[in-house]
Ligand binder design. Structure first.
Ligand code: IVH
Length: 714
């Protein structure tokens, strides 16, 4: 039985899979759809988190929108399942949930959260001209059938939205969208953007207003940033949007200023503002010094709107910043008011998203990569094809389910797309071109690196190689992680050198690093005595790395940087940790069942304990010193204090000061506010912070004074 549940007023054709065949009629289908609603909500919620908080989405915008449309349609069909928390009812949130599970968002915490004066909504998205026409018809209908309505066409900039508050002419707040109701105040970072005025002298005495726009990283700066990250062996940003979003949430404004963000403004709000159309308001803002796009046009017919879309679909490739569509807005502000809003977006505006460029090419074979964690990722080897300016030879296939959902066969002709990601994606198979004798792609069952049978745990999408102590990429990956900056921070020992040392049999696990001898290193190709000395100095220095970071460095699954800190605060030495139970571990903040189980099973393995003992023998720090123990256990000297770090320091690095503050129970914050207890100021403190501190009467403490204070407290 084919259930076409949405034949009435919906354009989406919703059916579970292709069709639902069931014995007991609609009830089974009902429960399938109801379950799908729950599953879609969960999936979209997770994607929102990855997109807005992690700046690292794993789904293309288009796929996200399609799933959202399907969820909307299903929810319309099952109104009894209405939930105000559903992603259809809320805009995605960029406020971190602070679950402590993901280690590299540490820098994104501690911004002051501020309520928006007007909710910060998003826009309804469309992908077809037909939907644009439908929207226009709805607009005309909403304006009592009036058809000579002006539509402003603008480029849709692909960055992240920002709301700037000007009070008495001065920039006073810069809020991210957050959850639409409250956002993070990232004003210090926004002040680093050259084309955002710090102050405006408004005409007509209007100098208190809000202006919204998009923060972006121009292509050129994005590419430079990724080149630098590549050289520093840091993960690359997938696209300028993610890079801009990651940048805006850094706590260190000096770092932000080096990255070179831009802003385009596109929406002015406030009381008693001049002008009665959206277009005129933008021109007014332009005169005040805001960066308003020069490509805005007022259109008077659907044909003009379509011509604008067609022109920019092509011409956008020459723009210095990323755009992903066109935004259409009713120009007249009274008409905007008449049309009003839905729970999530204005009815007077809509976004048209450009199609990602795609090409048809042949799938020659599938290979499998084993990552540091043992996860096996299938990769498509393609007949090389030109796509968005680069030659594409490979595409990710994500996991086994993705391959099955495409019903992929070797030799298939497939559509490849470059969406927001660097790595192209296969989006569909051209089944008509399949050879009669083509065989389906069968996911490997043994590790391509070490031959161990793979495992796939319930609820997980990936197959894993369980041989974590013997599988080469996992072993090398563990060592790379161990020496990395946020772990043991061993200077002069990067991925390439580890590869070399491993292939020569000089290191097999992390403890071997401490047995390396000068002559062994110096004899390696491309290294020599100088490199050997540098590396050995780095290895020596790593012995003083605090216990919390060593715990992070030894690479226990699920134990990220933040979790390691929490655990090390409770368990003051590796010996205490080794003795604990899963139940006890779960009483530590941020530690759930999965993490607790992972820690306990790590210490259940003899080989891990052997490594730990060898690290101890080498002199690596495996406990907090007496002093720090006292601090951790009793003297939370900075308990309840919020501290802002600014400038450069001579005794410790900024990261070290952040650690010290956290260890002593204090809270780091990126921006000065009334809540700031004091500013720990080094040389060249940012002028904006200084000004704000003076205004609010916040104490500024020098490095020496700070060190004396915490030492006296000891
Ligand atoms: S207007 C209430 N105009 O796209 C209307 N938004 O998908 C506010 N965006 O949240 C938005 N370029 O972050 C508008 N020219 C433009 C835009 C634009 C990019 C972003 C913005 C918005 C999102 C919606």
């Amino acid at each position: 039985m084919q259930l076409d549940l949405f034949a009435d007023n919906n354009t989406e054709n919703v059916s579970a899979g292709d069709s639902v065949t069931c014995d007991d009629g609609v009830n089974t289908a009902d429960s399938v759809f109801r379950q799908e609603i729950l599953a879609l909500r969960k999936e979209l919620e997770e994607q929102n988190y990855k997109y807005y908080v992690m700046s690292a989405p794993t789904m293309s915008d288009r796929e996200f929108d399609e799933k959202m449309h399907r969820l909307e349609a299903l929810e319309r069909r099952y109104p009894d399942m209405f939930d105000p928390q559903s992603p259809t009812q809320r805009v995605g949130s960029d406020i971190e949930k602070n679950e402590g599970k993901i280690s590299d968002v540490r820098n994104t915490k501690n911004f002051e959260q501020v309520a928006h004066k007007y909710p910060m909504l998003s826009l309804a998205n469309t992908y077809s001209e037909e939907e644009i026409r439908d929207w226009l018809e709805r607009v005309y209908k909403g304006l009592d059938g009036k058809r000579d309505v002006e539509i402003v066409c603008e480029l849709k900039f692909d960055g992240l939205s920002i709301s700037l508050w000007y009070e008495s002419g001065k920039l006073t707040k810069a809020l991210t969208r957050g959850d639409g109701v409250r956002g993070d105040n990232v004003i210090d970072n926004i002040r680093t953007i050259g084309n955002v005025p710090q102050e405006v002298s408004a005409e007509n005495a209007v100098n208190t207003f809000e202006i919204r726009g998009e923060v972006l990283l121009p292509w050129e700066n994005f590419e430079r940033l990724n080149r630098e990250r590549e050289a520093a062996e840091e993960p690359l940003f997938a696209n300028p949007r993610n890079a801009a979003s990651g940048t805006l949430k850094l706590l260190d404004s000096e770092q932000v200023s080096k990255r070179g963000l831009w802003a385009y403004l596109y929406y002015v709000l406030g009381e008693n503002l001049p002008c009665y159309t959206h277009y005129d308001r933008l021109q007014w803002a332009k005169k005040l010094g805001f960066n308003i796009s020069e490509h805005i046009r007022v259109c008077r017919s659907v044909d003009e709107v379509m011509a604008y879309i067609h022109y920019w679909d092509e011409a956008r490739r020459a723009l210095p910043v990323a755009t992903d569509g066109v935004v259409l807005k009713v120009n007249n502000l009274r008409q905007q008011e008449e049309l009003g809003y839905t729970a999530k977006s204005p009815r007077w505006a809509i976004a048209y998203k450009f199609e990602a460029e795609k090409q048809l090419t042949r799938l020659n074979s599938v290979s499998y990569q084993v990552g540091r964690t043992g996860a096996v990722t299938p990769v498509a080897n393609l007949e090389p094809v030109q796509l968005s300016g680069t030659v594409v030879k490979r595409a990710t296939l994500n996991n086994e389910d993705f391959i099955s959902s495409l019903d992929l066969h070797v030799g298939d002709y497939v559509w490849v797309e470059k969406g927001g990601e660097i790595i192209p994606k296969i989006t569909a198979v051209e089944v008509t071109k399949r050879a009669a004798n083509a065989s389906p792609v069968e996911f490997v069952r043994v590790c391509p690196e070490c031959g161990t049978p793979l495992v796939r745990e319930e609820g997980e999408a990936a197959w894993y190689c369980p041989n974590d102590s013997g599988c080469p990429p996992q072993k090398k990956g563990k060592m790379e992680h161990f020496v990395s900056r946020k772990a043991m921070n061993i200077d002069g020992l990067g991925a390439e050198t580890i590869d070399l040392l491993y292939s020569r049999g000089l290191i097999k696990d992390v403890a071997d690093i401490y047995d390396l001898r000068r002559e062994q290193i110096a004899a390696l190709p491309g290294l020599g005595e100088k490199s050997a000395d540098k590396m050995l100095a780095g290895i020596e220095a790593s012995k003083a790395v605090p216990w919390a970071r060593v715990l992070f460095a030894i690479g226990i699954r699920f134990v990220g940087e933040t979790t390691a800190k929490q655990i090390a605060r409770r368990y003051l030495s590796v010996d205490m940790l080794r003795e604990t139970t899963e139940e006890e571990l779960q009483t530590v903040e941020d530690v759930g069942v999965e993490i607790a189980r992972s820690v306990v099973s790590f210490f259940d393995k003899e080989e891990n304990n052997v490594i730990v003992e060898r690290l101890r023998a080498a002199g690596v720090t495996l406990s907090n010193s007496e002093d720090t123990e006292n601090n951790a256990m009793q003297k939370q000297t900075l308990q309840g204090q919020t501290i802002v770090i600014s400038g450069t320091f001579s005794q410790h690095s900024r990261d070290e000061y952040k650690d010290i503050i956290e260890r002593l129970g204090g809270k780091n914050s990126g921006s000065v506010s009334a809540k700031t207890t004091f500013i720990l100021a080094g040389d060249n403190m940012g002028p904006a912070k200084l000004e704000k501190a003076e205004k609010l009467g916040v104490k500024i403490m020098g490095e020496e004074e700070f060190l004396q204070m915490i030492n006296n407290e000891d």
